[in-house]
Design a protein around this ligand. Structure first.
Ligand code: SIN
Length: 399
């Protein structure tokens, strides 16, 4: 019996397993839907955006891209005639910092190269989900991505998980001290041996927590199944507050929340709002406990094979697009939070100083726990760049 197809799915664990199995073994649109019973169909039904995508043509496009990839992607002669096409795949909506910056880059790349380069942006996991898109980049079936920093450990570059350490950045200034300094550059260089060139860091923002119950004290997280990105640091962070972390692709999160496969999640407001997650989460807490941002990366062979003047123009377009991402990120997140509040679908809680301290006390030991995985040196360099004090003397509540 195939789990997830014929098994009863009335308990969250088997539904989660079903979701994972389906993710690994087959695309969303296949005979599973035809074979499923009515309650299963509700679980298997793609979320609204997904239903608007023509499945067969997308799958055919995917297959076509993969088939063409090895033969066409690295052939410099292909640059001689016609525009150079850059397929830029990402997993979020267009009205997010990443979505806007990607569109801007596409436009400027065309302008600055006088039409020699055509950037095609595929948003909302249209082409590939989180893990698949990195593999597709390495294969050359897409040329450019901007995965969140939490997704690079999959390539064996675990140092990127330092960005996930809870409370390591107080604000965007701290973050930029790292991303635009030697630590940021060193991390991007580590991607080269994986066939990937890092071009820039793009901001998103600081994460809030959401669930169907108020999240005020640390004990509120106990036993909650929380969707996380594939990062061991995020796993440790959720366990530190007694939650049960569940790794899921971004594109699967709305559905998993809606069907209660998971109880809650964390993300900056812009992602929560544009994916409508707030509509299926009754409570949201503006904990700002961690950061989520991106590295824009390109297939190295493709990039190195570009004519020098084209590469220079694209570098300029990327510099400008980075400015767009980083200039809009704060405002976008603020607006998204206000829209969530105005929607009335989710109650937004602003943690008190004491609640925040409690969360810090619970989560900060994760820095120490993860030092061996991330590298104590990388963590120390980030502390130095930001002025972070490893365990600040936090006032303890009276016994
Ligand atoms: C993204 O912003 O690219 C997705 C983040 C996530 O997977 O939560």
């Amino acid at each position: 019996m195939q789990p997830g197809v014929n098994e009863p799915m009335n308990n969250p664990q088997s539904r989660l397993q079903a979701l994972k199995n389906r993710r690994q073994s087959r695309p969303m649109w296949d005979s599973t839907m035809a074979a499923a019973s009515a309650p299963e169909k509700q679980f298997l039904t793609p979320k609204r955006e997904d239903t608007m995508r023509p499945p067969t043509s997308v799958n055919a496009l995917r297959r076509g891209l993969l088939a063409l990839a090895v033969s066409a992607a690295f052939v410099p002669a292909a640059f001689a005639e016609g525009p150079i096409v850059i397929k830029f795949s990402h997993v979020v909506a267009s009205d997010t910092p990443k979505g806007k910056a990607a569109e801007f880059f596409a436009r400027r790349a065309g302008e600055l190269t006088k039409g020699r380069v055509k950037v095609e942006v595929y948003l909302n996991s249209q082409l590939y989900k989180d893990k698949e898109e990195i593999e597709a980049l390495q294969l050359g079936s897409v040329q450019m991505l901007a995965p969140s920093l939490s997704k690079f450990a999959h390539l064996g570059v675990k140092e990127f998980e330092a960005f996930d350490l809870p409370f390591i950045f107080n604000d965007y200034n701290d973050l930029h001290a790292v991303t635009s300094g030697p630590v940021g550059r060193k991390l991007l260089q580590k991607l080269e041996s994986r066939g990937i060139t890092g071009l820039a860091y793009w901001d998103n923002g600081f994460k809030v927590m959401s669930a169907n119950k108020p999240l005020k004290s640390v004990s509120d997280y106990k036993g909650l199944r929380m969707r996380i990105q594939p990062s061991k640091v995020l796993d440790a962070q959720m366990r530190a507050v007694g939650a049960l972390p569940q790794v899921l692709a971004f594109s699967e999160t709305y559905q998993a929340l809606q069907t209660r496969v998971v109880d809650g999640t964390e993300n900056p407001p812009s992602n929560l709002y544009t994916q409508k997650m707030h509509e299926v989460q009754k409570h949201l807490s503006t904990t700002n406990h961690g950061y989520l941002g991106y590295a824009v990366v390109v297939n190295k062979k493709f990039w190195d094979g570009l004519p020098g003047n084209i590469r220079a123009a694209l570098t300029q377009a990327m510099t400008e697009a980075t400015q767009v991402a980083n200039d809009t990120a704060f405002q976008d997140n603020l607006e998204a939070l206000n829209r969530i509040k105005a929607s009335g679908k989710s109650t937004v809680h602003e943690p008190t100083m004491e609640e925040r301290r409690q969360l810090m006390r619970a989560m900060l030991p994760v820095h120490q726990q993860m030092a061996t995985r991330i590298g104590a040196q990388t963590i120390a360099e980030i502390y130095q760049a930001t002025g972070f004090k490893p365990l600040p003397a936090l006032p303890r509540p009276a016994p």
